[in-house]
Design a protein around this ligand. Structure first.
Ligand SMILES: C[S@@+](CC[C@H](N)C(=O)[O-])C[C@H]1O[C@@H](n2cnc3c(N)ncnc32)[C@H](O)[C@@H]1O
Length: 239
């Protein structure tokens, strides 16, 4: 795609195979009336349609400049997203999620809590990062509890694969970070290897990272802790 600000073609590390394999299945999932209403009435205010000819950056999304610009991949119901955005009011967030009830839920939460520093695109995050984010434009990526796809034959669906990690790294500004959290030990180990192998990234910690003070414990995470599964966090920075 052409970068409308520089006229340069953006380089993509994705192959046709990466684009063909989705990291999600579209669930029919029941929506509450509130989520349906929010999706209809609030998407024009907080949401953006998929458009590979448009670049999403702080200026385009918020009309401001100079705030840290953070992109969250697969925010689910968005409860952590809303808490983090409320805790970091000087940051600007772009949330990417395909699951409609979650998009509705996050927007109704934003409205209820007067959270104004989030925008949402309901579309495949891989395609959005590839086509709608310019190289060196993002201060941080959050990937919290991505689907672990535990069966070996489904590992190819895991979003934290080598090419998506390379793609996110290319969109980070130098010094920007990629923050990944999972309760799935084997996925954590694989992702550590994947991120270690990415030449644009460097582990900011010895091995596992500490929980960021602003990252809340979600209900989902609490269940993992109660079940005795360790929470693994990785924080890498772009060199
Ligand atoms: C296991 S849930 C975790 C949700 C949330 N991050 C949390 O911590 O509770 C993973 C989410 O990622 C979303 N997802 C998976 N692949 C995606 C993609 N390529 N683009 C956008 N969303 C995706 C799924 O729809 C799902 O809601």
């Amino acid at each position: 795609m052409e970068d409308t600000t520089t006229g340069l073609k953006q380089k993509s590390p994705l192959s046709a195979r990466d684009i063909g394999i989705r990291s999600y299945v579209v669930r029919s999932g029941r929506m509450t009336d509130m989520q349906k209403d929010a999706l209809q009435s609030l998407y024009p205010k907080y949401g953006l349609d998929w458009n590979p000819d448009l670049l999403l950056n702080e200026q385009a999304l918020f009309g401001t400049n100079g705030h840290p610009f953070i992109v969250e991949i697969g925010f689910g119901m968005g409860l952590a997203t809303a808490d983090i955005a409320a805790a970091l009011p000087d940051h600007r967030f772009l949330g990417l999620e395909v699951h409609a009830p979650g998009v509705g839920k996050l927007m109704s939460e934003m409205e209820k809590r007067t959270i104004r520093n989030i925008r949402i695109c309901r579309h495949d995050a891989v395609e959005v990062v590839d086509s709608m984010l310019a190289p060196d434009s993002v201060d941080g990526f959050h990937v919290f509890f991505p689907d672990p796809w535990p069966k070996k034959r489904h590992h190819k669906r895991r979003i934290m694969n080598q090419s998506f990690v390379a793609l996110m790294s290319s969109r980070l500004k130098p010094g920007g970070y990629l923050y990944y959290v999972t309760d799935w030990e084997e996925y954590a180990e694989r992702t550590l290897e994947t991120m270690d192998a990415e030449p644009l990234l460097k582990n900011a910690c010895e091995r596992w990272a500490e929980r960021a003070p602003w990252r809340p414990v979600t209900k989902f995470e609490q269940r993992a802790i109660n079940d005795g599964r360790p929470i693994r966090e990785l924080r890498f920075v772009r060199v």
